[in-house]
Design a protein around this ligand. Structure first.
Ligand SMILES: [Zn+2]
Length: 218
C-alpha cells in the first residue's frame, strides 16, 4: 500500500468501525498496514479514534522506530512488525480487545467453527494462543504460530490479532469473529456442550468460492 491521506483515513475509519461493533473501548486496540516502501503505518498509543487525524498515525520502520509522526506508536508495535515480517501475504493487522472472543479464551483452547460467516471470513476454527503480557513482543511469534490457516488468533486473557490481505478483509475477519463468538457464548450459556459445525459442513461452506469473495481473503 502507498502512504496517502486516503489510506490513513481508511485506517481511522476501520478503528471507528471496531468501536461501532464493540470490539474496542476508548483507545484500546490498534490498526496497522504494510507500506510498499517497507515501512508500516500504525495507530498511535493511547489515543481515542473519534478525533484522530491522518497526521496522527505513525509511520514506523521495520525496527519499530517512528520515522514520521509526532506521537508514540502503539505499544504493540514490536509484535505487529513481527507479524508483518513473518507473514508476507499479510498487509493489514488489527488488534482488538473484543469481549466475546476473549471470553472463549478463558474456557477453551480453540474456538470451533460455529457459524457460516465465521467460516466465510476466517476459514473455520480460530485458535487461542497462550498468555503473554500486553505489549510483549511475544504476541507476534504466538500469533504467527497459532494462526494455522485462519485470519485471526485469540490471545488468551487479552483480545484478538486479526490479519488480512487488505484492511477491509482484516476488519471483516475481526468483526465476523466477534459475531460468531457472541453466538457461541450465548449457546454455551443455554447448553453445554454445544454443537459446532461438523467437518463436512465446514468444508461444504468453505467450498463456495463466490461466497468467499464477499468475506474471504481470496
Ligand atoms: Zn491489547
Amino acid at each position: 500500500m502507498v502512504d496517502t491521506i486516503e489510506l490513513r483515513e481508511q485506517m481511522i475509519h476501520a478503528a471507528k468501525e471496531l468501536k461501532y461493533y464493540r470490539l474496542i473501548s476508548l483507545c484500546g486496540g490498534n490498526v496497522s498496514v504494510r507500506l510498499d516502501d517497507g515501512n508500516y503505518l500504525i495507530t498511535p498509543s493511547g489515543m481515542e479514534y473519534d478525533n484522530m487525524k491522518p497526521e496522527d498515525i505513525c509511520k514506523v520502520n521495520p525496527e519499530g522506530t517512528v520515522i514520521e509522526g509526532k506521537w508514540r506508536a502503539s505499544s504493540d508495535t514490536a509484535a505487529i512488525i513481527y507479524i508483518f515480517e513473518n507473514m508476507p501475504e499479510v498487509n493489514a493487522v488489527i488488534h482488538t480487545h473484543q469481549p466475546y472472543a476473549t471470553a472463549i479464551s478463558l474456557v477453551e483452547d480453540e474456538f470451533p467453527p460455529c457459524c457460516v460467516t465465521q467460516v466465510d471470513a476466517l476459514r473455520g476454527k480460530v485458535s487461542v494462543a497462550p498468555f503473554t503480557i500486553s505489549g510483549d513482543k511475544g504476541m507476534g511469534p504466538l500469533t504467527c504460530e497459532y494462526m494455522e490457516g485462519s485470519f485471526a488468533v485469540i490471545l488468551k486473557n487479552h483480545g484478538v490479532m486479526a490479519v488480512g490481505v487488505d484492511l477491509r478483509k482484516c476488519l471483516y475477519a475481526a468483526v465476523y469473529l466477534e459475531e460468531a463468538a457472541k453466538t457461541y457464548c450465548i449457546a454455551r450459556a443455554m447448553s453445554n456442550p454445544v454443537v459446532p459445525m461438523t467437518a463436512a459442513e465446514t468444508k461444504a461452506e468453505a467450498k463456495d468460492i463466490s461466497r468467499w469473495m464477499n468475506y474471504h481473503q481470496g
